[in-house]
Write a protein that binds this ligand. Sequence first.
Ligand code: ADP
Ligand code: 5GP
Length: 192
Amino acid sequence: MSKGVTGEGKIIVIVAPSGTGKSTLIKRLKEEYPNLLESVSYTTRGIRPGEKNGESYFFVSRDEFLAMKEKGEFLEWAQVHDNFYGTSKSFVEDKLKEGKFLLFDLDVQGTDSFKEYFSNKANVIFIAPPSVETLEQRLRGRGTEDESSLNIRLTNAKKELKRQDDFDFKVINDDLERAYKDLTSIVSKVIG
Ligand code: ADP
Ligand code: 5GP
């Protein structure tokens, strides 16, 4: 039994080291499965070109984030790289009660908290890059990180990859089409 919530909704958590291709895969998944609702997290990181507040994240200051944390408004939160990220409790509970299929994009720490909170209600899919070298090429190719941020992401990735076999499902994102097919076959099974 999950600790927090009841209701018919289902939870899919996608976890992957930064640069693996998670956003690319999730974007496609959301187009094909419009009934999958992505939870919008709060973050203290700066907004990237093309991002809109309230769409990819709610962008808040460190003080605002810490105040929310103190009030217990996060179901889980984590410090990833140099920033804070957190999932709003009320958003998730309301949507699950409405029977929605919820999609989460989390880091490994957040996923562990989720599994503890939701138990088997959370279906966790780990997406792995074919190698750390490929991951680095993708991060460099994306061109969104400076050298220091890139190095932090690569160090974290090596740690996260040690956990790749600890979750419910694993997909390797080598060839994008094949990886997407693997992902959709898992998602179809989960949401029925
Ligand atoms: P994440 O959300 O995991 O940080 P992105 O989806 O932003 O990663 O992908 C990182 C970069 O790698 C992007 O430039 C993306 O276009 C590219 N990419 C994603 N999947 C593949 C793949 N299978 N093969 C080659 N490049 C990919
Ligand atoms: P980015 O800054 O590249 O968007 O995300 C960095 C990392 O933070 C990714 O691994 C992403 O999955 C993770 N992340 C995003 N939102 C949340 C959240 O609400 N909670 C946790 N724990 N991690 C998150």
